[in-house]
Design a protein. Structure first.
Length: 400
């Protein structure tokens, strides 16, 4: 066999995960975080206040305020979504639940775009498994579906997503629109209409959600990457179409620059870390636990696929695209005060990158990871739920 990639996968190893099981698992992750609760978190209640002010007509739609004070985040669209939902909700629906419904849709869209983004990355010819001499290797579509399943499950497993995903804040809107851009960039070589629409929606939505710098960095970086990219066998028609779409992506990025300037969404919020051991230690813990357990898998991916990363031309788009998204989010994490909410935007791409470690793992290592995952998350549920660390539940603190 001709070994061109580190992925050695047979057709029998990519048995399709039942779609119903995956949908039910995602629903079990999304629904409990939004239904049956009130806006009890500080970030939740603050954002809900801005939405209620807009819905009641006591605040300017272009400059949302709460009690006369503007938000610390120069965001518009997240507050608009909540206010529109409050106005459109029937009288029997609680207003706080109505305001959460659009954000539930944003989280669902994040999971969907992560799946499809990982799927199209795995369809890249450079990402395909080794072709066996007598056949039997995984078919491209089945292999891509297995990678996509692994990507979305890795995203759900992230501790950082569990911490912030169910808040009705601009951070969740930024996560959704970042994932839309990620899907658009991944699907660019295979589709025209849906990546174009999603790229425009993602860039504009991210700009209006308070992260215009992230939108510009992601849009410009993806456009440059595809301008440097070469198609298989340098097909002239495909290459021309790809470069045209990359130029269009540049145009959408420039539009976001103009939009952010006209709406005064730019804000100088650079907060470089100080030369203090405590601060760097805190950042280290954030990177360690917030991205757990995807970062070990992502590092393993970089190690096993390192030969493709060192190629002279940018051909391994399935590696460089998620690397760029993670890099931009990490830079934002190190230079802004809201480090955790900036690092949240790296999770979908990090999960997709970590998914490419799965076809390179041996059976014994894969079984070890399965057992470790079971023990780790079961232990977390036991410790947090019953021992009271880091915070004892209310019914244990006040049994009366």
């Amino acid at each position: 066999m001709s070994r061109t990639t580190p992925a050695i996968v047979t057709q029998g190893a990519v048995k399709r995960l039942p779609r119903l099981a995956l949908w039910l698992f995602c629903a079990a992750y999304v629904l409990p975080g939004f239904l049956g609760r009130g806006p009890w978190k500080r970030a939740d209640i603050t954002t809900f206040g801005y939405m209620a002010e807009l819905a009641n007509g006591t605040s300017n739609w272009w400059q949302p305020t709460l009690g006369g004070l503007q938000s610390e985040v120069n965001a518009l669209l997240p507050y608009w979504l909540g206010a529109w939902a409050i106005r459109a909700a029937p009288g029997w629906l609680p207003v706080d639940l109505a305001a959460r419904l659009p954000f539930m849709g944003l989280l669902i869209m994040t999971l969907v775009c992560t799946w499809y983004g990982s799927y199209y990355l795995a369809r890249n010819p450079q990402a395909q498994p080794v072709a066996f001499a007598f056949g039997g290797e995984a078919r491209p579509v089945d292999y891509a579906r297995a990678i996509a399943d692994g990507g979305v499950l890795a995203l759900i497993a992230c501790l950082g997503l569990a911490q912030l995903a169910h808040e009705t804040t601009p951070a969740l809107a930024q996560l959704c629109f970042t994932t839309l851009i990620f899907y658009a960039a991944c699907a660019l070589p295979y589709r025209v209409v849906s990546p174009t629409v999603c790229a425009c929606l993602g860039l504009v939505g991210l700009t209006l959600s308070g992260a215009p710098t992230m939108a510009v960095g992601l849009g410009a970086g993806c456009a440059v990457m595809y301008l440097l990219q070469r198609t298989r066998n340098d097909d002239a028609l495909a290459l021309t179409l790809q470069k045209g779409l990359a130029i269009g992506l540049f145009g959408a990025t420039l539009f976001c620059v103009v939009l952010a300037t006209q709406l005064e969404l730019w804000g100088w919020r650079i907060d470089l870390p100080h030369a203090k051991w405590e601060e760097w230690q805190s950042l280290g813990r954030l990177f360690l636990w917030f991205t757990w357990p995807t970062w070990p898998l992502a590092l393993w991916t970089l190690w096993r696929w390192r030969h493709q990363l060192l190629q002279a031309r940018v051909t391994s788009i399935h590696l460089w695209l998620p690397i760029w998204f993670v890099f931009v989010a990490c830079v934002a994490t190190l230079t802004t005060a809201a480090a955790d909410r900036s690092l949240l935007l790296a999770l979908p791409a990090l999960a997709a990158l970590g998914a490419f470690s799965l076809p390179t793992l041996g059976r014994s290592l894969g079984s070890l990871i399965d057992w470790f995952t079971l023990i780790f998350f079961s232990g977390c549920a036991l410790v947090i739920g019953w021992s009271g660390y880091p915070c004892k539940p209310a019914y244990l603190r006040n049994p009366q």
